[in-house]
Design a binder for this molecule. Structure first.
Ligand SMILES: Nc1nc2c(c(=O)[nH]1)N[C@H]1C(S)=C(S)[C@@H](COP(=O)(O)OP(=O)(O)OC[C@H]3O[C@@H](n4cnc5c(=O)[nH]c(N)nc54)[C@H](O)[C@@H]3O)O[C@H]1N2
Ligand SMILES: Nc1nc2c(c(=O)[nH]1)N[C@H]1C(S)=C(S)[C@@H](COP(=O)(O)OP(=O)(O)OC[C@H]3O[C@@H](n4cnc5c(=O)[nH]c(N)nc54)[C@H](O)[C@@H]3O)O[C@H]1N2
Ligand code: SF4
Ligand SMILES: [Mo]
Length: 750
């Protein structure tokens, strides 16, 4: 059997198949045989191995890269000492070498030639590109202040650029991975427990008796350590309750699947509170000791009966009661999962607050099988002088336009403040952007606005590994070396066990690509920021840092991951005193901060628009073998899933007279038509009021030879957004589409 076929099979297994009938335990059963087959012979041949931290997604698992005698990368496997991966990488991580090998990679700095907006570039040397950027940045600083430079970023490249920006005098940064993702969840938990959850989420899935997943489709959403724990939980017989308009992979493993009407989750959450309080199923001791505002909450949810919730959610009152009792029976070893991508409908801080509140009622926060207290190693930063103090930041602008609970810079606010007329609205405006490892055209909604902002700026620098949609809008494109070719900031992730991990190069950078640390240092020196770069190579920074915690670069190269003794406890003891970092020192069911800012102190149900006849809600999610759009072109991944399919309920297929396999186009409520088509997948696994596609497809950059034109991009159909009034996080699930069987672009191709 060829290697390709092998890989195809194990990934299918890991995804539990499309029929959802495989045992969940098989999610990882491929791993041992995979190790036996390939790594043992490699080890015997004394192949070299170097530590890495995976960058294929942001779970950032630590692993080992094995090379053969000729120095070719052969395998990437997990590091046994790594609590994020427990020694096993997910299929995307093991196939990460495809990202390094992709022949379409950017390997030379590029500069725009001719008109702004025209996508024509010439190859230049690093010196020319960096000198050009330096000149532009100095000009912007002289005319508008350093604050007028903004940084949009994602992933491990981010910290190098943050250091450069802060040294330069700007603290304006934002990322879709916050504003379009988890900012609202963090806000919901901060406004309840006085602390956010961060990453990896400290949910004690390993020990839970009941796991409630609300629009969190783990198994397709492939976060490694978390998938492993869910897989074990299923095997142990923990009951899983999945709330999803789609029969997801995990729904097929669940004791209860609640096919909720999209956008009505808050009604379900409030009525669960109603049942738990009314039937006195809550953890009385816990509530009495740790909670503030119980009586207010009790009165507040009195009217949110299951009968009322049924009219909103389509979930039968009996099922609401049954699932509430199921959760309570497991208390405190129960997790109402906070989710991750939680920016949905505009009331998202309040929805995640409802989740936070339910956990508090069931006494699960700080308890075994609920939420544990994670710990993070303390790795001191390499010494540098104090950063200058900027006069304004992206966070200030977010507050200025009314997001009083903004806990970070917001991508959409930076975009607004980069459009013509921004100065009048904000008192400030952006003149330059660095876009680092984020494909804003696909990851921010309303791409026309993004393009308008990009074209209004004096300087756009894109730092990427691939030609993507975003690179087309750059003045300068800087090719970053892939994670397999670079040293990087050490990974310091929270977990049950504090630990640090090293990423080091396994290969020389291809072409003229360079690591982020090199790019930022070169710019820093040109900008006269030498005092912030008192080192020559990043190895020096890492070695110094590791020595502060009793290790060294030399040791880390051998072990990859170092664990430290845990100083704090995982769980609260029974009745232990605990101070929550809120105004009252308690878990606030009634939020005093939200009240002070003028928001609802307790979550209220808000009605959301539903699709008109002939239209369906556009919902989107993940596929196990891809990470957003970043892996679609990878030679190893594109043959596993080349394009996305449009999930359509049989009733909808009948009404629209379409069949499985038929190519169709989508048009949204604003008349925006998908650039490309995708194949229909008729399935009972999706409600009749929605259609579903996997995010990340439909690339329009022709330089992506495998990904171009494959499937439909959900992003281009997301022209309507619902903004969370507290944080500014952007909900993207309020778009409705109709199905087109004829190519709407036909007349364009004469
Ligand atoms: N429509 C829609 N929008 C979404 C989502 C959705 O589901 N649908 N999901 C949201 C969520 S949850 C998130 S977290 C965000 C994520 O969205 P993004 O921040 O855009 O994240 P990615 O898609 O991973 O970023 C991809 C970019 O990073 C580049 N890249 C990959 N590796 C490297 C590297 O090592 N160095 C550099 N310099 N570049 C690299 C890729 O080539 C690509 O251009 O999107 C959000 N936006
Ligand atoms: N393989 C893989 N894994 C990933 C990623 C990846 O790109 N690829 N990305 C990672 C990142 S950054 C994130 S943030 C997470 C995101 O993963 P999740 O937190 O799981 O979020 P989504 O992918 O947005 O979730 C989509 C699910 O929500 C359901 N849904 C849609 N509308 C509603 C609704 O109104 N109510 C309810 N209850 N459900 C609804 C959809 O049917 C779908 O099953 O995944 C992470 N894991
Ligand atoms: S979950 Fe998979 S893709 Fe993500 S970091 Fe871990 S191995 Fe890499
Ligand atoms: Mo995300």
């Amino acid at each position: 059997m060829s290697k390709n076929v092998n890989r195809r099979e194990f990934i299918k297994t890991s995804a539990m198949g499309t029929g959802g009938v495989l045992a969940a335990s098989s999610m990882f059963t491929w791993v041992p045989s995979f190790l036996e087959d390939s790594v043992t012979p490699l080890l015997e041949s004394h192949a070299e191995r170097t530590p890495t931290v995976c960058e294929v997604c942001f779970w950032n698992c630590a692993g080992w890269v094995y090379k053969d005698r000729d120095g070719n990368i052969q395998k990437i496997i997990g590091n046994e000492d790594d609590p994020n991966s427990n020694g096993r990488l997910c299929p995307r991580g093991t196939a990460g070498v495809g990202i390094y090998n992709d022949p379409d990679r950017l390997t030379k700095p590029l500069m725009r030639v001719g008109e702004p907006g025209k996508q024509e570039f010439k190859e230049v040397e690093w010196d020319e590109a960096l000198n050009f950027i330096t000149e532009k940045m100095n000009k912007i600083k002289a005319e508008h202040g350093a604050e007028a430079m903004a940084l949009m970023h994602h992933g491990t490249a981010g910290p190098h650029f943050k250091h450069l920006f802060k040294s330069f005098g700007s603290k304006s940064e934002a990322k879709p991975a916050s504003s379009q993702c988890l900012i609202t969840r963090e806000s919901g938990f901060i406004n309840t427990y006085g602390a956010g959850l961060a990453s990896p989420e400290p949910t004690d899935v390993k020990n839970t008796k009941c796991l409630v997943l609300i629009g969190n489709h783990i198994g397709e959403n492939m976060h490694n350590g978390y998938v492993q724990e869910v897989s074990h939980a299923v095997n142990r017989g923990a009951s899983i309750i999945t709330v999803d308009p789609r029969f997801s992979t995990i729904a097929s493993k669940s004791k209860f699947w609640l096919p909720i009407r999209p956008s009505t989750d808050m009604a379900l959450l409030l009525s669960w509170m109603h049942v738990i309080i009314n039937e006195e199923l809550y953890d009385k001791k816990y509530v009495e000791q740790y909670v503030y505002g119980f009586d207010e909450l009790k009165a507040h949810v009195a009217g949110y009966t299951p009968e009322w919730a049924y009219t909103k959610t389509d979930i039968k009152p009996g099922d609401i009661r049954k699932t509430a009792r199921e959760m309570a029976a497991a208390s405190p070893s129960v997790i109402i999962h906070p989710g991750r991508h939680t920016a949905w409908y505009g009331d998202d801080t309040q929805r995640t607050r409802s989740i936070a509140i339910l956990n508090a009622l069931l006494g699960s926060y700080g308890k075994k099988g609920g939420y544990y207290f994670p710990e993070k190693a303390k790795l001191p930063a390499y010494p540098h002088p104090e950063y200058p103090h900027p006069h304004w930041t992206a966070g200030d602008l977010a507050k200025k336009v009314g997001y009083k609970g903004a806990i970070a810079g917001i991508t959409n606010v930076i975009r607004e403040a980069s459009l013509p007329g921004a100065k009048e609205k904000f008192g400030h405006e952006y003149k330059g952007w660095f876009v680092v490892a984020t494909n804003l055209i696909q990851s921010m909604p309303q791409k026309d606005k993004t393009i308008e902002a990009l074209q209004n700026l004096d300087l756009v620098v894109v730092v990427d590994t691939m030609p993507m949609e975003i690179t087309g809008y750059a003045d300068v494109i800087l090719p970053e070396a892939t994670y397999l070719e670079r040293y990087d900031v050490a990974r310091v992730a929270q977990n049950r066990i504090p630990n640090i991990a090293l990423r080091m190069p396994a290969a020389e950078p291809k072409g003229d690509s360079k690591p982020g640390w090199w790019i930022t240092r070169e710019l820093g020196l040109r900008l006269g920021l030498d005092k912030y770069y008192q080192w020559e190579k990043y190895e020096d920074v890492l070695d110094w840092q590791f020595k502060q915690v009793g290790s060294s670069l030399e040791e880390m190269k051998k072990i990859g991951v170092k664990q430290f003794d845990k100083k704090s406890k995982l769980y609260l003891d029974d009745g232990e005193d605990y101070f929550f970092n809120t105004n009252t020192g308690k878990i606030e069911l009634y939020s005093t901060d939200l009240e002070a800012m003028g928001y609802d102190p307790m979550p209220k149900y808000t009605e959301h628009e539903q699709p008109e006849d002939g239209y369906y809600r556009l919902i989107y999610g993940r596929a196990p073998m891809h990470t957003f759009g970043r892996t679609i072109n990878s030679p190893n991944m594109s043959d596993l899933m080349e394009e996305n399919a449009i999930w359509v309920n049989p009733k909808v297929a009948k009404i629209n007279d379409i069949k499985s396999g038929q190519e169709i186009w989508l048009e949204n409520q604003d008349g925006i038509k998908s650039t490309f088509s995708a194949k229909v997948r008729v399935t009972e696994r999706i409600r009749h009021d929605s259609i579903y596609i996997v995010h990340g497809f439909g690339h329009t950059n022709k330089k992506l030879t495998r990904a171009y034109g494959k499937g439909i991009a959900d992003s281009e159909l997301i022209t309507k957004i619902k903004v969370d009034p507290i944080t500014g996080g952007t909900g993207m699930r309020s778009n409705f589409v109709t199905l087109l069987t004829e190519n709407p672009h036909k007349k364009d191709i004469v």
